[in-house]
Design a protein around this ligand. Structure first.
Ligand SMILES: Nc1ncnc2c1ncn2[C@@H]1O[C@H](COP(=O)(O)OP(=O)(O)OP(=O)(O)O)[C@@H](O)[C@H]1O
Length: 638
């Protein structure tokens, strides 16, 4: 048996740093702000280095020589430097906030746009919670890194190098002590890097899992309540949340070991420097002012060194986040635009030897569709009838290129649909799905999704066709906001709005994927009556499970195991194809070698059912074929 694919997409793994390097192009629009921020950050570091040097000058100068004027002057300079440093800090933060938030927003918009164009295959494989956590959490991680982590990583390393250099220059033996103290830190960072990366990737993926569970249970809350499985749902959530907690704790354990070292080393170094410094002052090798300046500078290294731990953690996390985001950006779009636009499409649709298999199926798995040949003249309507899972929805989704054919081709007015631009194709083809998705916006916005410029009269007509007049009676009429997934509406109401949306798009080819299944027979009859007018003008494919829906069509295609086996009028198929009768007329299941002969083996009651169905569903213009079927039945009954 084929191994189950993992619940979450595989990690990008080894190219994390490269992934992060690809994001700085988002910094470009804010280049002036980044440069200003960097200049002020360097100025902050410079002032913080100058202040101890001024202190040394104060101690070794005015204080040693009891020069009050000099003390006042240099003291004022030191004070001024302190104020200036604070001011520089403020400017840096102020400038960077807009830039980082801007980068985050731009990335988020691009990521969302990418999700919209990615093929159905991608959305079938990825849990929506994983996408949610990428678009929310991972982008925030990157923003924090760009606005804070990256800047301080650079500045702190710069400060460590400059200050250590200055310390070596002031008094090299003590400078050497400081330099040596950095070595264990670097070694520890290198040793923990891999494990921290693994844990941070795991935690980010698990955050996606938690989001997926929350999202699924929010959407499926009715099912959970109906089956009384709140506890089961809670346990599933609890498992995921506990996994995340364990990983986060493992991360904390690792970092706390690491950070403790980073806290201890500067303090130990300080004690050593103080001891050796005091001896050096005693021996006259350095002045007191130099020692004070040395220690002040050294203390200024405590934050840059101790912060290295979490700055590096942040870097790891943002590399992982960038990797997870780049993974979405790098997904192949599969469906590529052509560049042809059909100016006046007539809606002549042909499927030529079309075959389709889902991209992740293996060679030995059967094709979902194979050798499908169909032709619909402009204005013609085809009813597609087939057993559950026979491939009806997949076939209809090939026409607007929700999936691409694996072999053969589909043409509209003789042009391969892959040569059309996607906007052109999707303005020609509109689909109303069996499960109507409505968005949490107003009824009007939902209706005009496919045609934002529709006039009020056109909207009213589409509503009438779909028998969706109830929308006018909603509390705020068409401006009423409907809940997530249209939850505040009934299934039939949602289907009718979805149908109105497809009708309003005024397509040349209208695909109705079992769109009327949730309607009561009376509403269905009204919708069908109105649809008859719409379908008169457009090419239509109607997936149908009921004879009444089939009657909307000019001809019927029977699909069995992914292949069109019969095409004809409803009456013809009813009279000659047992499988068709079985599907539409509650007939007994046809035998393996389904043929009209198989039909003769059925008992009298079933004959009557078929007889009634034939009579009920035959239209006047098909009278000849129907009477043929009737004659057959009467012959059998005798
Ligand atoms: N995303 C998918 N990945 C893999 N296989 C799929 C996917 N969607 C559908 N299938 C398979 O393709 C086959 C045809 O499915 P399809 O949805 O077209 O059936 P259908 O005839 O529309 O059924 P129904 O009448 O129940 O809606 C089924 O075997 C189904 O399991």
């Amino acid at each position: 048996m084929r191994p189950q694919p993992p619940l979450r997409p595989p990690s990008g793994g080894s190219h994390r740093a490269v992934s992060l390097m690809r994001l700085p192009r988002y910094l470009k629009p804010y280049a002036a702000r980044w440069v200003t921020m960097l200049v002020f950050s360097v100025l902050v570091v410079a002032t913080s280095i100058v202040i101890p040097l001024v202190t040394r000058a104060v101690i070794d100068g005015p204080i040693a020589h009891r020069d009050e004027r000099g003390l006042l002057l240099l003291g004022s300079v030191a004070l001024l430097l302190g104020v200036v440093e604070a001011l520089f800090w403020f400017i840096r933060r102020w400038v960077v906030a807009r830039a980082t938030l801007g980068v985050e927003a731009d990335l988020r918009k691009d990521l969302y746009a990418q999700m919209q164009v990615l093929p159905m295959r991608f959305h079938g494989q990825w849990q929506s919670g994983q996408l949610l956590s990428r678009i929310m959490n991972d982008l925030s991680v990157i923003r924090r890194f760009l606005g804070f982590g990256l800047v301080f990583l650079i500045l702190n390393m710069l400060q460590v190098v400059i200050v250590t250099g200055l310390l070596l220059a002031m008094y090299w033996p003590l400078g050497l002590v400081v330099l040596l103290s950095v070595v264990p830190i670097v070694l520890t960072v290198m040793r923990n890097e891999q494990e921290y990366t693994r844990l941070s990737r795991l935690a980010q993926d698990q955050t996606g899992d938690v989001a997926s569970v929350v999202e699924e249970s929010a959407l499926g809350v009715r099912v959970i309540k109906a089956f009384g499985r709140e506890e089961y749902a809670y346990d599933k959530f609890d498992d995921r949340a506990t996994d995340l907690l364990d990983t986060q704790l493992a991360k904390v354990r690792l970092t706390s070991r690491f950070w403790t070292l980073l806290e201890v080393i500067p303090n130990v170094t300080l004690i050593v420097v103080l001891g050796f410094g005091a001896v050096a002052v005693g021996q006259g090798s350095v002045t007191i002012g130099t020692l004070v300046a040395f220690i002040t500078m050294m203390l200024s290294l405590v934050w840059p060194i101790s912060s290295l731990g979490f700055l590096l953690s942040m870097t790891q996390e943002s590399m992982t986040a960038a990797d997870r985001i780049v993974q979405v950006f790098d997904e192949p779009r599969l469906v590529d635009d052509g560049d042809t636009e059909l100016v006046r499409p007539r809606g002549h649709l042909r499927l030529e030897d079309v075959g389709f298999r889902f991209p992740d199926t293996t060679e030995d798995e059967p094709w979902t569709l194979r050798h499908v040949d169909l032709e619909l003249q402009p204005g013609e309507t085809l009813a597609l009838v087939g057993a559950t899972g026979s491939g009806k929805s997949v076939l209809t989704s090939l026409v607007p290129r929700l999936y691409d054919v694996s072999e053969g081709r589909i043409t509209i007015d003789g042009v391969d649909i892959r040569d059309l631009t996607l906007p052109s194709l999707r303005s020609i083809v509109a689909t109303a799905f069996e499960e109507p998705t409505l968005f949490s916006m107003s009824v009007l916005e939902n209706l005009t999704l496919g045609r934002p410029d529709a006039t009020r009269a056109e909207i009213d007509r589409a509503i009438e066709v779909a028998q969706a007049q109830f929308a006018h009676d909603l509390p705020y009429g068409l401006d009423t906001r409907i809940g997530e997934q249209g939850m505040s509406l009934s299934g039939g109401q949602r289907q009718r709005l979805s149908l109105a949306r497809a009708v309003l798009a005024e397509p040349r080819i209208l695909v109705l994927d079992d769109t009327l299944s949730a309607l009561d027979v009376h509403t269905e009859a009204l919708v069908e009556e109105a649809l008859r007018n719409v379908l008169h003008d457009v090419t239509g494919i109607v997936v149908a499970h009921r004879a009444s829906t089939v009657l909307l069509a000019d001809k019927v295609a029977l699909i069995e195991h992914g292949t069109i086996t019969h095409v004809g009028t409803h009456a013809e198929l009813l009279a000659t194809v047992p499988t068709y009768r079985y599907l539409l007329a509650a007939d007994a299941p046809p035998s393996e070698s389904a043929s009209p002969a198989g039909w003769h083996e059925q008992d009298g009651d079933e004959h009557r059912v078929v007889h009634d169905a034939v009579r009920d569903t035959c239209r006047e213009d098909e009278h000849d074929a129907c009477s043929g079927a009737d004659a057959d039945l009467e012959e059998l009954n005798r």
